[in-house]
Design a protein around this ligand. Sequence first.
Ligand SMILES: [Zn+2]
Ligand SMILES: [Zn+2]
Length: 144
Amino acid sequence: MHNIKSYNGNCFCGAIKLTVTGKPVAMGYCHCESCRHWSAGPVNAFMLWHTESVKIIKGADNIGTYNKTKNSYRKWCKTCGGHIFTEHPSMGLTDVYAAIIPEFPYHAEVHVNYQEKVLPIKDGLPKLKDVPAEMGGSGEILNE
Ligand SMILES: [Zn+2]
Ligand SMILES: [Zn+2]
């Protein structure tokens, strides 16, 4: 592999700094109830990275963790309360929110958990009912 680039990000207040390296496995919008409820927003812009591609470079001891289920460990800054990422240990992936790494050229490829949407988005991208079959979902595509 050549051209491996790192990108910097930080929480809302800057107490936590991190880098992501290379390319995410997937990028898109999640409409699930868990993302919406935790973030208090209608949709979550996600980037799934291999966990080893994500490095905390400052403020690791300032990160709070909550796991409602064993599949998702949600992380935030204890100072500003800003969300930073969610680890999915069973998949070996970490969902770093697009807003955390503003310098990364984010472009959504897919919408997931669209059956749970409260905000329809007619952008022409595929709308998965839940998640891709290779991630244990139905892989079914819904109309916008
Ligand atoms: Zn912060
Ligand atoms: Zn979600």
